[in-house]
Design a protein around this ligand. Sequence first.
Ligand code: ZN
Ligand code: ZN
Length: 221
Amino acid sequence: MRRRAAARGIGRRVAPEGVDRLYCAGSDQRRPSRPSGGTRLRRADRRAYPYPVLSELAVAVATLIAAEPVMAVVHRFAFHGPLWCSHKSHHEHPTAPRLVRNDLAWLWPLLTSAILIMFGGPVLVGLGIGTVAYAGAYILAHDGVAHGRFWVPEVIRQMTVFRVIAQTHHLHHRGGRDGIGATPFAVYFAHLEYRWGLSARYRAPTKLCAPIRVSRSDPLA
Ligand SMILES: [Zn+2]
Ligand SMILES: [Zn+2]
């Protein structure tokens, strides 16, 4: 009975996954094979995601859509809350062609996305690509079209979607350079946020900030 079981392989210790079968065949010593991390990751990805490019694309599109409400919430509760002193640099100098302190806030999501794209599997790569795409779309609509901080082709400026974005974003800046911002906080969904009164209970930040130093060469100072 035991011989028959042995012949069928029952009760025999099976080499765990990752153990080099060829090496074990002629020896009792078991040495784990060491494929490179990238190779192992790609094999696992292939099993979990038979079409990695489609998976990346699907996650990137989902991230791109989800990023807008997330950004509106961050803008409302973080930038017009604890990070107000940094964000204020944008409200005081909305059309500045140079970098202001508020622009540095993009460094975190962009650096994180670069790491995800370089080292992540399909889901994380899609997340990174979607975040970078949203950052580009936001900067184009907000800094380029709405504030004119850099040149944007007239054909893009005249598109209905960008004209609506520019008009609704100027509502956020009512009160001018001394203003403390107002609803809406979104950019692409701003008209819906405004129409539905989603940020109606907004209270102005009361945090006292040090005066923002501006170089004398800045024509907008
Ligand atoms: Zn703005
Ligand atoms: Zn703001």
